[in-house]
Design a protein around this ligand. Sequence first.
Ligand code: NDP
Length: 448
Amino acid sequence: MPKPLQLDTFLNSVRQRNPHEPEFLQAVEEVAESLIPFINQHPKYLEYRVLERMCEPDRSLSFRVAWEDDHGDIHVNRGYRVQFNNSIGPYKGGLRFHPSVNLSVLKFLGFEQTFKNSLTDLPMGAGKGGADFNPKGKSDREVMRFCQAFMSELFHYIGENVDVPAGDIGVGGREIAYLFGQYKRLTHEFAGVLTGKALEYGGSLVRLEATGYGVVYFLQNMLLFNGREYKGKRCLISGSGNVAIYAAEKALQLGIRVLTLSDSSGYVLFRKGLSEEHLAYIKQIKTVQRGRISEVAEKFSDVEFFPGQKPWQVPAEFALPCATQNELDADDAETLIANGIEAVCEGANMPCTKGAVDRFIAARVLYAPGKASNAGGVAVSGLEMSQNSQRLSWSREELDNMLRDIMRKIHDKCVRYGKEDDWVNYLKGANIAGFVKVVDAMVAFGVM
Ligand code: NDP
């Protein structure tokens, strides 16, 4: 029987194997802290070296994407797909188009996805991919040519029973349509190989809203379970993309006062709280005109724009970071705590630094890690795959009920594995609950 795992020794070995991958190491460290004591109590997991195996992706692919802009100039980007773990289903996870994309970022996202997909209880393995391509400022035709070039290589490695990508930062409905069209052209096959499709060609109702709605359903479950109120309380949201917009919409529907939204240029403060009118305008400028959040302050006199700032200094009871990784650090956490924050629910993946998470946990703030609280998007993607396989479509109401039910079950699993003497450690709960299903499958398959 191997010796019990030591956190430091384990992390050192991961560091040595993955130098220059800070985001990936951060994600592993956060998980290992909760998992190692659990693994040491379960000799089967120790013997099969499941954590060591989970930290190594099944494979990482990188490829050249050459494309031509509207002026006839040729550009070269790097495309990736990290197929992390397919123990409980085909690889599943988004594609990100952003200049910051590199192997470290995609490995952290793929690693987190393994736990997240397991938590949904749907048969999905984990992967992540994308490119260091910046869609901002590109014409529709340029984005189309990039997507076609990207899929011309990626199609070799994906398939409805192999690997089913979806959207993420910089990849929304427009990009999924171009990618799906190119896959169909190359393979002569109309297959559910991507999720996040439009309804006309195999998409699912509620997929667009699912991540944001799911975050707020999780928050609602967490508050109700811990005997807290949410109606009329104040909420800070960062980002103004897919996740942020629909988190804001659901919060508004539940009577929570949304005070902020943001983008990489700064944040806007809704002095009287976000209204339906504000939200309709934001959807228009962000999803149709691809504009900036500052335009909301130009249109409405009760909205103020703070350039270059993050929203975390505004006093509120809830915070939903929904933009990107490491957008909320230890200093921000201190400020939020000093201002009386009650709950932090992650909409983005790993938006809180390790220092921030440690502070929230030490202060007994209700803190939900993204792998649990933002799992609604991939859950409805899983339901899109089921509808595609059965060649049918479920109604909005059915899907919204399924999403609510999945988020409640994820919450309950976090409570089951994260309950400590006088409170629930949702981070520990999510890590252990997500881990068990995957590693039980890995152990059953033997050593590979
Ligand atoms: P979008 O591209 O729709 O929106 C991203 C938002 O985050 C934009 O407002 C963007 O502002 C902002 N943002 C991006 N990078 C930065 C940065 N470095 N600093 C400040 N703001 C930034 O992406 P999504 O809403 O889809 O994704 C947001 C997060 O949620 C990501 O972490 C993603 O991995 C996670 N997620 C998404 C899911 C989904 O279903 N879409 C599912 C689960 C998690 P700007 O326009 O200025 O760049």
